[in-house]
Design a binder for this molecule. Structure first.
Ligand code: SF4
Ligand code: SF4
Length: 369
């Protein structure tokens, strides 16, 4: 975490020691355009919007509520080229209690100043306890802090499934009454589901907001359709195996080695809406199914209980060549959630952009292994 070991002021993160150069900057703009389903013609516009923002330094307040800070980890551990740096060098991350140097009274002063000023982009990580006394910061309930800060924000982004609907801490029996930002605070936020959030999606969302000044079109769960408009199943590299009835039935088997479909190992890809196969994780190296694990459906609201039995087969999906038809996997996905014509169209554009995003980033002295 280069920029964390560097100098930090009490309110911002200093990234001077690790500035991204022009080639990397343009590559990141291109990668972000691809995630947003925009053509190459948008790269200069994205670059211009970011350069303008780098002068104005829009304020970002990042509040942590009930979570394991996994989304922060996902953001700060991205490292080559550091997509998080794009945020840190463009925006003014004025408050993030996990990574800032300020603590105690000093951090409360920063919060008070920001609140007085208003107009920041508010990012919330973690679920909100709706029962009083179950989650407090500086002797105040998280729900009260969240309401106060969301009222003065120009945009609210809930990152990760804890913030979007409650996530792992809201699993049954949920004694703290944990809920997502939208339900607990009653605010219209952009929900970036996934556990943890994919940092590339977060950056693309912020860039989109800087470009348009508007929140993106969203589905009924508050998720941007451009990222969550199509099922994992429809974008899966193992889909041909599913259609041909070639399945892994046991880990350690030859079928697993051959990369067959993981549906019988509990894959929830047919009813999960997200673009993980495109944006991938760990610097775009791989993703759950690519790494050999079934999708556990972490982009869906309620997945912790709804999809429990992560290695158990999803009922109601027709398995080609093996069983009678109950409902096609595509139909299951449609019933589960959010596919729309707009989403499908967006997916088509995103698919066209896929090659560009997966292209290698520019060389940067240290070669990626
Ligand atoms: S069931 Fe899972 S592994 Fe199989 S094609 Fe669908 S998403 Fe991919
Ligand atoms: S592939 Fe499935 S389990 Fe993995 S991050 Fe995406 S939605 Fe979550």
């Amino acid at each position: 975490m280069r920029y964390l070991s560097g100098a930090m002021t009490k309110t911002t993160v200093d990234v001077d020691a690790s500035r991204i150069d022009r080639r990397e900057f343009l590559w990141l703009c291109g990668a972000t355009a691809a995630i947003l389903g925009l053509g190459e013609g948008w790269v200069p516009k994205i670059a211009e919007a970011l350069e303008k923002a780098a002068v104005q330094r829009p304020s970002v307040m990042w509040l942590n509520f009930a979570s394991d800070t996994g989304c922060t980890e996902a953001l700060i551990k991205a490292n080559y080229p550091n997509i998080a740096q794009l945020i840190l060098e463009t925006l003014s991350l004025d408050y993030h209690e996990t990574i800032m140097a300020a603590a105690g009274v000093q951090s409360e002063e920063i919060l008070a100043q920001a609140l007085k000023k208003g107009g920041y982009i508010l990012i919330i990580e973690g679920a909100v306890p709706t029962k009083k006394g179950y989650g407090m910061i500086a002797r105040r309930d998280m729900i009260d802090i969240g309401k106060e800060f969301s009222a003065k924000a120009k945009a609210v982004i809930a990152v990760g499934s804890c913030a979007t609907w409650g996530g792992v801490p809201a699993g049954n029996p949920n004694p703290a009454g944990l809920k997502g930002v939208r339900d607990a605070l009653g605010v219209d936020c952009i929900n970036l589901d996934l556990c943890p959030v994919n940092e590339a999606i977060l950056v693309a969302t912020i860039v989109d907001f800087l470009l348009t000044g508007k929140v993106p079109e969203r589905d009924r769960f508050g998720r941007p359709k451009i990222f969550y408009g199509q099922t994992i199943h429809d974008q899966c590299e193992r889909r041909a195996h599913f259609e041909a009835g070639r399945f892994v039935e046991r880990f350690g088997s030859k079928e697993e080695e051959l990369g067959y479909c993981l549906y019988k190992m509990g894959c929830k890809g047919p009813m999960t809406y997200a673009n993980c196969s495109k944006v991938r994780y760990n610097d775009r190296v791989s993703w759950c199914i690519g790494a050999g694990g079934p999708c556990i459906g972490c982009a869906e609201h309620g997945w912790v209980d709804k999809f429990a039995g992560f290695y158990e087969r999803l009922p109601g999906v027709a398995v080609p060549g093996i069983e009678g038809v109950e409902a096609g996997a595509d139909k299951i996905g449609l019933v589960a959630g959010a596919a729309t014509a707009a989403g499908i169209a967006a997916h088509a554009i995103a698919t066209a952009a896929k090659g560009r995003f997966k292209g290698e980033p520019p060389e940067r002295g240290v070669k990626k292994e």
